[in-house]
Design a protein around this ligand. Sequence first.
Ligand code: NDP
Ligand code: GDR
Length: 356
Amino acid sequence: MKTALITGITGQDGSYLAELLLEKGYMVHGIKRRASSFNTKRIDHLYQDQHELNVNFKLHYGDLTDSTNIIRIIQEVQPDEIYNLGAMSHVKVSFDSPEYVANVDGIGTLRILEAVRILGLEKKTRIYQASTSELYGGLEENKNERGFYDENSPFYPRSPYGVAKIYGFWITKNYREAYNMYACNGILFNHESPRRGETFVTRKITMATAAIALGKQECLYLGNLNALRDWGHAKDYVEAMWRILQQDVAEDYVIATGVTTSVRDFVRLAFLEVGVELEFEGAEENEIAKVKSCSNPEYQLEIGKVIVRVDPQYYRPTEVDLLIGDPTKSKTKLGWEPKYDLAALVNEMVKSDLNN
Ligand code: NDP
Ligand code: GDR
């Protein structure tokens, strides 16, 4: 039985990855933070009474800012694989807490790598680092000749989050080269699901779509509607994380769908799921979306009603305008193929939020 340790197990990806590894027969350990209220709702269904026999899921209190805690947990667990998913992952919030983000997302990665080295586990333990398309920063001139970002595209991060993650990227690569450790970066483009945090744009949109359709919310306020993102499903992306650690040689991989969509079009698609066609008018902070038609008699939305507005408080000091990833390497070398397309993702998210 292989043993895995997941930091960030209470997050979107951590919860799907834990499910995947349990299905594959792993003993799964996770690090959760102490909080004043429960923060384990995404993994409560995996909970096991530690008094039972054959327990294969165990949580440890910890924090990526605490080296002693990280060393002690890794010493106790002796993992074959570590998935470092723990992070302050919100790009906009990183402008409010830049030092904290550097500590958790940047130095936190170093703490994991050093712990493995201090404990002499370099040969045993494989490490996955949750790198991100935010490293590219969306600069037009840095795309490859086919118009995508790939493993060789230059980085130009545009937020304290991106800058902290670039440290995580390079320190992972450096430890691989310096100490011959099996340590890899998955450069993952945006991935979403019904478990996505409520303040990321897709989830904010699907929650509002459901609430507006059901008459529980009047209007959805968003920031930059022009931003373009390559959105996949988190379930597909955790499968890629696992595959990255099963190769003969440790390497870095881009995980993406290769399709990009604007925030505005995501809004359009989400409302179409409840039978509402939207009409956008105006520009920048004056842009609005009105109900053009409503084919679902269950939802009594008045034609012409404004249900989306721009609120500049959601703008970022520096924005990543466009992201589109080239998954050629992961498809050919890892045999990775996403099962969801955007339509299926939006459908699942809106359905789930209507149920909620
Ligand atoms: P989430 O924000 O859903 O989850 C983040 C996890 O990190 C949570 O479990 C959180 O705990 C934990 N965490 C936060 N701060 C600390 C800390 N100081 N010490 C230990 N754990 C901490 O993120 P996702 O699941 O979406 O993303 C997983 C990883 O992948 C992150 O590193 C993210 O930056 C990266 N990434 C995500 C992408 C995406 O589109 N989702 C794309 C590319 C990279 P708590 O629940 O207590 O807050
Ligand atoms: P992102 O995701 O910054 O790409 O980071 P987010 O969903 O927050 O933003 C995507 C784009 O939508 C625009 N936007 C809004 N964003 C939010 N959150 N709220 C709004 O109201 C809003 N209106 C417009 C943003 O400006 C942006 O352009 C995610 C995170 O999961 C990171 O951890 C991860 O590394 C990257 O994806 C890849």
